[in-house]
Structures are given as structure tokens and as C-alpha cells.
Design a protein around this ligand. Structure first.
Ligand SMILES: CC(C)(COP(=O)(O)OP(=O)(O)OC[C@H]1O[C@@H](n2cnc3c(N)ncnc32)[C@H](O)[C@@H]1OP(=O)(O)O)[C@@H](O)C(=O)NCCC(=O)NCCS
Length: 207
């Protein structure tokens, strides 16, 4: 395992309310909004009701199509079936987040709590619409998710990243820095583990 960085200052986060684990997701809606653009290391958001504000909330089934579209348009992510995104919005809503602008998701993080490790959020996919990148939206989504799940005892994040995805490595390295924790990397899936010429996926652990 390689320790990549050790952060220095944990970032306070702002709250997004979502249903507690095991409760229906139907009535979840955003309670706090934030004004953008924000610098990626901004840690105190400005509550606002401005119409062009980006808001954060748990995904709902009706967001599934948009998540699928954002993943497809990224041309980087593995595109899963549309069914997978709908199911994720139903069953893993609390461990996922969408960033919403003008009523429509412009970014998402899908994740789940590892059954063998209840203190660990595994982030499956992160994507921000190309028109909205560089505004700190992905960073804020991760901050919100970790803040929300801290109430469930989640202290650590795992994700896998292919070696050439510099944006993703930078995103999670910055998260570790804001939280004041280490980020480490180890091999997880080698190309030979896949049936289709997929790149390697290294496991990154934050915290
Ligand atoms: C990766 C991605 C989600 C970043 O979204 P974003 O909202 O633009 O990212 P942010 O503005 O919140 O930036 C967060 C950090 O990542 C860094 N970063 C973002 N994009 C970067 C890029 N292309 N190259 C290098 N660093 C980048 C930022 O500088 C920032 O770090 P800092 O705080 O040290 O400055 C977005 O580029 C994307 O959707 N890419 C396609 C899908 C993908 O690769 N997903 C990740 C694999 S699951």
C-alpha cells in the first residue's frame, strides 16, 4: 500500500438531510443550497435560494435517467444499464448524492456502504456534466456525502480509479487534504481480471 498524502486540515461540511438507512426515500428533498462558483477548497458554503444555485440532495428514482445520461456523456465512465441507475436511486439513495441546477441533476456520486465494513463508503461513480466542471461541484458532493454518513458511523471512503484518470485522482486527493486524513493506493483489479480489455482499477482509500 502506498500512502499518497497526509492532509492537514479537516473541512467542516454543510448538511444535506436524507432518510436514515432503512427508511423509504420517496420524500427526500434538498434542504440546503449553495451558491456557485466556489473555489474547490471552499469549506463554508453560502446558503441561498438563488434560482441558479446548485443544490445537493439524495437521488430519487426520477433522477435515474439523468444519471445515466451524465455517465454516458462523460465518455470516461463505464456506462451501466439504465436499469442500474434507477435501481441505485431507489436502493442506495442515502449513500449517493446528486447536484441539481435549474431543476435537473448536473452531477452525481453513487456509492454504497460496504457490508463487510460498515464504516466505509465505497464510491462507485462520480461525474459532473462537462458544462459544470471546475466549480467544485464534485468536491462538494463528496463532502456532503461524508458529512451525511458520519451520522451512520462512516469514517472512511474507498474508490477505484484507473491509472490514467488524473482528474479523479486529484478529486480524491483533495478530499483527503480537506478532511486531514491519509489517502493510500493499492492494486485491486488487474486488466486480466476483466473479460473485455478493461484498464486496471486501483483501490484508493481515504481515511
Ligand atoms: C472528475 C470530475 C467528477 C471532477 O468534477 P469537478 O466538479 O470538475 O471537480 P471539482 O471542481 O470539484 O474539483 C475537485 C478537485 O479535483 C481537481 N480536478 C478536477 N478536474 C481535474 C482535472 N481534469 N485535472 C486535474 N485535476 C482536476 C480540482 O483541481 C480539485 O482539486 P484541488 O482542490 O486540489 O484544486 C469530472 O471531471 C468528471 O465528471 N469527469 C468524468 C467522469 C470521471 O472521470 N469520474 C471519476 C471516475 S469515477
Amino acid at each position: 500500500m502506498t500512502i499518497l498524502t497526509k492532509g492537514v486540515s479537516p473541512a467542516p461540511s454543510t448538511g444535506v438531510r436524507c432518510p436514515i438507512l432503512g427508511t423509504p426515500v420517496k420524500s427526500t428533498r434538498m434542504l440546503v443550497t449553495f451558491e456557485f462558483p466556489m473555489t474547490p477548497d471552499t469549506t463554508s458554503a453560502i446558503p441561498t435560494t438563488a434560482p441558479d444555485a446548485v443544490t445537493f440532495r439524495c437521488p430519487e428514482i426520477s433522477d435515474g435517467v439523468r444519471l445515466w445520461e451524465i455517465a454516458k456523456n462523460s465518455q470516461v465512465l463505464d456506462l451501466n444499464s439504465s436499469y442500474a441507475y434507477l435501481l441505485w436511486c431507489r436502493d442506495f439513495s442515502r449513500s449517493s448524492v446528486v447536484a441539481v441546477s435549474e431543476g435537473s441533476p448536473v452531477g452525481f456520486v453513487t456509492g454504497f456502504i460496504r457490508p463487510e465494513s460498515p464504516d466505509t463508503l465505497f464510491v462507485w461513480q462520480v461525474a459532473v456534466d462537462s458544462s459544470q466542471r471546475g466549480k467544485g461541484i464534485a468536491a462538494k458532493m463528496l463532502d456532503e456525502l461524508m458529512y451525511r454518513l458520519a451520522a451512520d458511523g462512516v469514517t472512511r471512503l474507498e474508490t477505484t480509479i484507473s491509472p490514467d484518470n488524473e482528474a479523479s485522482i486529484a478529486l480524491f486527493t483533495a478530499l483527503a487534504r480537506r478532511r486531514g486524513v491519509e489517502i493510500s493506493k493499492q492494486e485491486l483489479f488487474a486488466p486480466g481480471d476483466f473479460p473485455d480489455g478493461h484498464e486496471a482499477e486501483d483501490l484508493f482509500t481515504v481515511g
